[in-house]
Design a protein around this ligand. Structure first.
Ligand SMILES: Cc1cc2nc3c(=O)[nH]c(=O)nc-3n(C[C@H](O)[C@H](O)[C@H](O)COP(=O)(O)O)c2cc1C
Ligand code: SF4
Length: 399
């Protein structure tokens, strides 16, 4: 019987794009774009993954517009950073890796000091806990023209990304950000055609997808990352996610990435492993926010022990439902896990923390039959530290 590890290290296509293997660097907002400009450190970081053998890397967070940023040190897609992005993409492509950008919008989840409007906009009015000490605590409900405009903003940003040279775009449909605020009944209380049934709550997501597709063309590779569950009562459920995936497939997505949880309501479901609370308190500058994190911790930061392939079962349900490509993400640290995921019929695997721990993961895994990554899921890299993310166990990795 052929070893499914061979499948992982065989070429694979996403629409018109060919990757040298099926391992993709997951989007991990790097915190290396001060003032919203991609830095040399960001280029070096991704170049290192290319040298380590990854099939494609993903730059996060590529906001669709300035007000789509969670804070002002995130990139947004505009001409002002074209030279830096072009240099970035050329450098990484020279390693043989392809480059994807995660295109997203924060919606009502922001603490952006450069926010231009009066209030962040979401599907329904509500409270933005992240913006409490930034004068952005209230979310205003979007009008229909604003919804239409935002979908077009996504489309224009995608057109820009293609023109800059990104090989692919990953639309962020999950994790509690702008699009998933529409998908989730927890944050979408609208009474019009954008709220209520899952079909209605998916309307904005599908309008975004259509606008993006219109701007990049039929043969351009589009991936979409979803949350299979919000992990909170009254939120999106695993059952919903199978239908969400089918709707995105019908809307023309090429690959669905099956994640879960939300940064705003239940982040530990997304990561598993050690709590991020002590690190968050340490790096938070505002005393009020420190108190807020302490108070919210028992509700928001639940205990989910780490297990390998912790999203396998619900992701398998999506694999079984759709014909388009499906990418697994969540706790792949060993060759045995790669084999299991590949044998289960997934087309791609995204790697987050394991690559931050060992950027040579792909080359090592290909060379050594029993490769086992040493990331201990302490989750300290997931906390935005000055200078950007790094592995606390191996701080010299990207030096
Ligand atoms: C430092 C860090 C930053 C992250 N930032 C993002 C992000 O910007 N967008 C996103 O969709 N997921 C983000 N994630 C989640 C990862 O993409 C991935 O879904 C998660 O880490 C699970 O995969 P893993 O077990 O391979 O790490 C981040 C994860 C880490 C560790
Ligand atoms: S800091 Fe290092 S060991 Fe800890 S979760 Fe991140 S990559 Fe893994």
């Amino acid at each position: 019987m052929p070893d499914s590890l061979d499948k992982c290290f065989s070429e694979a296509k996403i629409n018109s794009l060919t990757l040298r293997n099926r391992l993709i660097k997951a989007a991990t907002f790097e915190g290396k774009s001060p003032g919203g400009v991609p830095s040399q450190a960001l280029i070096d970081f991704h170049e290192r993954f290319g040298q380590g053998g990854i099939g494609m890397t993903t730059i996060a967070y590529c906001a669709a517009e300035s007000d789509g940023r969670i804070h002002e040190h995130m990139m947004y897609m505009h001409e002002g950073i074209r030279p830096e992005l072009e240099r970035f993409i050329r450098t990484v492509q020279a390693t043989g890796a392809k480059v994807s950008g995660q295109l997203g919008h924060c919606g009502g989840f922001t603490k952006n000091l450069e926010f231009s409007g009066k209030r962040p906009l979401g599907p329904s009015k509500g409270t933005n806990a992240l913006g409490l000490t930034y004068g952005l605590s209230r979310i205003a409900e979007m009008t229909k023209p604003q919804i239409r405009e935002r979908a077009q903003i996504f489309g224009r940003a995608a057109g820009f990304m293609k023109s800059v040279g990104f090989d692919a775009i990953e639309i962020h449909f999950g994790h509690g950000y702008g699009i998933s605020q529409f998908i989730s009944p927890k944050t979408n209380k609208r009474k019009d055609e954008y709220g209520g049934t899952l079909e209605n709550r998916m309307r904005f997501a599908l309008e975004v997808l259509a606008e993006v597709r219109k701007n990049v063309g039929d043969d351009y590779p589009l991936l979409g990352k979803i949350s299979m569950t919000d992990g909170v009562p009254g939120g999106v459920t695993y059952d919903d996610s199978v239908d969400i995936a089918a709707m995105l497939e019908a809307g023309g997505i090429d690959v669905i990435i099956c994640s879960g949880g939300t940064s705003s309501m239940n982040p530990m479901l997304l990561f598993r492993g050690d709590s991020m609370v002590p690190g968050l308190i340490k790096h938070e500058k505002s005393r009020l926010m420190k108190i807020g994190i302490r108070l919210a911790a028992p509700l928001m930061f639940k205990d989910y022990p780490y297990e390998e392939m912790y999203f396998l079962e619900p992701a398998q349900r999506i694999r079984d439902r759709v014909q388009c490509g499906v990418c697994y993400v969540g706790g792949v640290c060993t060759n045995d896990s790669i084999r299991t995921v590949m044998a289960a019929g997934f087309d791609f695997i995204q790697l987050g923390r394991a690559l931050i721990f060992d950027p040579d993961f792909p080359r090592q895994a290909q060379a050594r039959d029993n490769y086992k990554n040493g990331c201990n899921h302490c989750n300290q890299c997931a906390i935005e530290a000055p200078g950007g993310i790094y592995c606390v166990e191996r701080p010299g990795n990207f030096a």
